[in-house]
Design a protein around this ligand. Structure first.
Ligand code: PLP
Length: 455
């Protein structure tokens, strides 16, 4: 395929016509966007021919790596057979049904709770909107309509729609658009590095952080709380990994007050943490699980909610018509691609590879970066990782935010051929799950060069 493009022309058209998401439009217009033209395995290329190692899997999605023929031909075959049909008016389609059954088979039963139903959307944001609709409907049907409040966490990311951004705990997003919408409230995140107290162990902190949920439930009024939503590991917030003591205590609290637990696994499912679904790793028992991204490895938009029996039974048996859904719910092409993606992941045992092979190898190599003079902390979970840039390693003194050291490091990465993301001064990665040991070594060497350049 001819990938030669006129960079200046594309940049000019980009400037004139394309408003990019999460972007300072004027700033981008002066810099000009880097034009990405092709990708293969774990690398992408720009229009100037630079090869870049993509340690972010696009945006946490390309789990099977780029350019997989199996996914492209699944899309082609399905488009020629049935390119689209809706699932609104008592019709269904084969890939949507097969995928729902496949996802139900992959989702492990925990504590007698199983997932036999899927509600489809096209993205993580939409899926979380669907969660809000389902949670409210569930409590209405149970005769407790006053249970409306959903508790989330500061610095969480649950999407960019009005409900998604409200569930999220990003202050920058709340500031634009009068968010959160009513009946959504937040507690502090379980970030030991920043919020742990002197002398407190991480296990003690994990319990204290979980109990912020109980305090919030009591403050709100237990009969008003509908659900708690959380990411297994906060991704966009900077790969924030809760201490081991956190999840069992969260489970105790949601059980005690009977509130629903939503596990937003848009990033963490499909092998990212070494399991098909991340709640299995941490051993908690969600009622609803949000998925998107990795379900198709980002080759085509698809998202959804795994609806556990507790909620599904009420919606099905008592609900009547559920007045919610999307044109693309159960899109046959997206579902066919997802089936091909999951088949590939099974064949290559990608969750197992992360758990037993490349995950532990990444953990060993990435934590070595903790010795670098700029790094205050380097930690991994499955196949995602984060490090903190600090001004003074001995005292862990942070850089002044206005210095933008994370962004500086990110720009060195881009220049040196590596995509790494900056969240404040946390530098984060979530590489494709097909990485070899040699490629992990190559990535670590590149990260070192970027850190040296930032010094
Ligand atoms: N939930 C989580 C945990 C996410 O990380 C994201 C996106 O990064 C979303 C929801 C929103 O997904 P989307 O961008 O597909 O709407």
């Amino acid at each position: 395929m001819n990938t030669v493009v006129d960079t200046a022309l594309i940049q000019a058209l980009d400037r004139e016509h394309f408003l990019h998401p999460f972007t300072d439009f004027k700033d981008l217009a002066t810099r000009g966007a880097r034009v990405i033209t092709k990708a293969e395995n774990i690398y992408v290329w720009d229009s100037e021919g630079h090869k870049i190692l993509d340690a972010m899997s696009g945006l946490w999605c390309v789990n099977v790596g780029y350019g997989r023929e199996e996914l492209a031909s699944a899309a082609y075959r399905q488009m020629m057979l049935l390119s689209y049909y809706n699932s609104f008016f008592q019709t269904t389609n084969v890939p949507a049904v097969q995928l729902a059954a496949k996802l139900a088979a992959l989702a492990p039963e925990v504590g007698g709770r199983s997932f036999r139903h899927v509600f489809y959307s096209s993205s993580g944001s939409e899926s979380n909107d669907s969660n809000v609709r389902m949670v409210r409907r569930y409590w209405d049907l149970l005769g407790q309509p006053q249970r409306k409040v959903i508790i989330s966490r500061n610095n969480a990311y649950h999407g960019s729609t009005m409900a998604g951004a409200s569930l999220g705990g990003m202050s920058g997003m709340h500031a634009q658009g009068d968010l959160p919408i009513p009946n959504i409230t937040h507690i502090e995140q379980p970030y030991f590095y920043e919020l742990g107290q002197p002398g407190e162990s991480s296990a003690e902190f994990g319990l204290r952080a979980a109990r912020w949920l109980e305090e919030k439930i009591i403050e709100t009024g237990p009969d008003k709380v509908a659900a708690f939503i959380a990411e297994p590991v906060q991704g966009a917030g900077g790969v924030i990994i809760a201490p081991d003591s956190y999840w069992p205590e969260i489970q105790r609290i949601v059980d005690k007050y009977g509130i629903l637990l939503i596990s937003d696994e848009v990033i963490c499912a499909f092998g990212r943490l070494g399991y098909w679904f991340a709640y299995e790793k941490f051993g908690y028992r969600p009622d609803l699980v949000t998925f998107a991204k990795g379900v198709t490895s980002g080759y085509i938009p698809l998202g959804g909610v795994m609806v556990g029996d507790r909620v599904a039974t009420v919606l099905i048996e008592q609900g009547g018509e559920f007045n919610h859904g999307y044109t693309y719910s159960g899109h046959p092409v997206a579902c066919a691609v997802a089936l091909a993606n999951l088949e590939l992941m099974e064949k290559e045992n990608l969750p197992g590879r992360v758990r037993d092979d490349i995950g532990p190898y990444l953990a060993r190599r990435f934590t070595e970066l903790g010795e670098h003079p700029l790094v205050g902390l380097a930690e991994t979970c499955g196949f995602m990782a984060g490090l903190v840039l600090v001004r003074n390693k001995a005292t862990q003194e942070a850089f002044k935010p206005e210095l933008g050291v994370g962004m500086l490091c990110r720009s060195h990465c881009f220049r040196l051929g590596l995509i790494m993301r900056a969240v404040g001064d946390r530098m984060i990665i979530a590489p494709p799950l097909v990485m070899t040991h040699d490629q992990i070594d190559e990535m670590i060497a590149l990260i070192r060069r970027c850190l040296d350049a930032t010094l």
